[in-house]
Design a protein around this ligand. Sequence first.
Ligand SMILES: C[S@@+](CC[C@H](N)C(=O)[O-])C[C@H]1O[C@@H](n2cnc3c(N)ncnc32)[C@H](O)[C@@H]1O
Length: 281
Amino acid sequence: MALPVERDQELELEQIEIELLLEGIHRRYGFDFRQYAPASLRRRVRRRMDGEKVETISALQNLLLHDPAVMERLLLDLSVNVTAMFRDPTFFLSFREKVVPMLRTYPFARLWVAGCSTGEEVYSLAILLAEEGLADRVRIYATDINEAVLDQARLGVFPLDKMQEYTQNYIRAGGTRSFSEYYVARYDGARFARELAEGVVFAQHNLVSDAAFNEFNVIMCRNVLIYFAQPLQERVHGLFYDSLAMFGVLALGQKETIRFSPHEPSFEELDAEERLFKKVR
Ligand SMILES: C[S@@+](CC[C@H](N)C(=O)[O-])C[C@H]1O[C@@H](n2cnc3c(N)ncnc32)[C@H](O)[C@@H]1O
């Protein structure tokens, strides 16, 4: 019967070590993961321990504090960069139907894709807006905490073997042309048309610690807040609220919501399933 207690103690010790590790990272590198969701953090720290071949979190901390290359590798683990073109196609379908008509009423609109990872979502959005005749009237700001993924996003080259899946997504998202018109196959992957990225500004921005930097008509942030604990999610909701123009749209996608957040009363639901919200007060 002593076993469960030992297990509890082990977990508690691990939690303390993780907190110390995150404190060290914050002080040494300025990245603040202290309010990320604990279960996901624990998995990723363990993965980095395996990767660095160390047995304890303290040993990982020691490595991290002295070697920025280890920090970069942990950053890649922590920032979970999984993404896809036209991911959750019904989201883009709804965006076409519910947000595009609103964008048409503006002479010019600014859109922010927060947590854009390697850029697949940004190119999807740029394709959609081009098909709707809005390419010249929008500017997309695409940001992420991680410089390495932004470099990839700037290139606009995605794995060739994904194109079949992305073509299916594109069709289900209401695409009106042939998807293969948008890229050329090269030895290094599918290279997307340069014009798509002409209206896009890629920049590093940390949702945890950076302030609002512009006023937007649309903010898209999908599959990012799930990694944050509730108080941090609420801080980011506040940041989005401050960064949205009146009647601007917050597009969170199927996994996240502002329901039950203190900012909920400031928004009206445009699409309950795809989590599109309009700022109304
Ligand atoms: C799973 S990806 C989501 C990519 C894309 N939005 C999508 O839905 O396909 C999560 C992204 O959030 C970024 N991220 C994590 N913490 C962040 C933070 N504090 N500030 C900005 N971006 C962050 C990660 O670097 C990663 O690229």
